[in-house]
Every structure is written in C-alpha cells, then in structure tokens.
Design a protein around this ligand. Structure first.
Ligand SMILES: [Zn+2]
Length: 79
C-alpha cells in the first residue's frame, strides 16, 4: 500500500463519519450562543474510533472491516 492510498482511506473515513453525523452542511458562521454550546462528550474523545459502530464485515482471513457501520464506500477496509 502506498502513502497515497493511506491518505485516501483517511479522507474517506473522515467523510463517512461526517455523513453519518447527519449530512448537514455546517453553517458558514454562527454567532456564539452560550446556551447553544455542544454538550461535552465524556469519553468519546479518547475512544473515538473504537466507540463507533463498525461495519463488522469479515474478509477471508478473518479480519473485520473497520469502516463505520453502513459505510458508503463500496469496499471494506481491514486495517
Ligand atoms: Zn465494511
């Protein structure tokens, strides 16, 4: 695997996570509203990838797909 493939996989993963979050384009700019602040996530910061639900597809050698559940990418990823 080349470095470019790694980069592309990273980008795809980030995109899928973005889509899974609601597919809503972020507003360009929003005035800061004290009460509209996002609630803090207690443990999500440290267990970001492992906390997500995974596709779980198994390949021939018994590895598990590490993409998000219901990923849009056609191929599974085993890393
Ligand atoms: Zn998969």
């Amino acid at each position: 695997m080349s470095k470019m493939d790694d980069l592309r996989a990273l980008r795809e993963a980030r995109y899928e996570r973005h889509v899974a979050r609601g597919a809503q384009p972020a507003p360009p700019r929003r005035p800061v509203q004290p009460q509209a602040a996002e609630p803090e996530r207690p443990t999500a910061a440290t267990t970001d990838s492992s906390a997500d639900e995974l596709c779980g597809h198994r390949n021939m050698s018994g590895r598990t797909c590490t993409r998000e559940k219901g990923h849009a990418a056609k191929s599974h990823r085993y890393s």
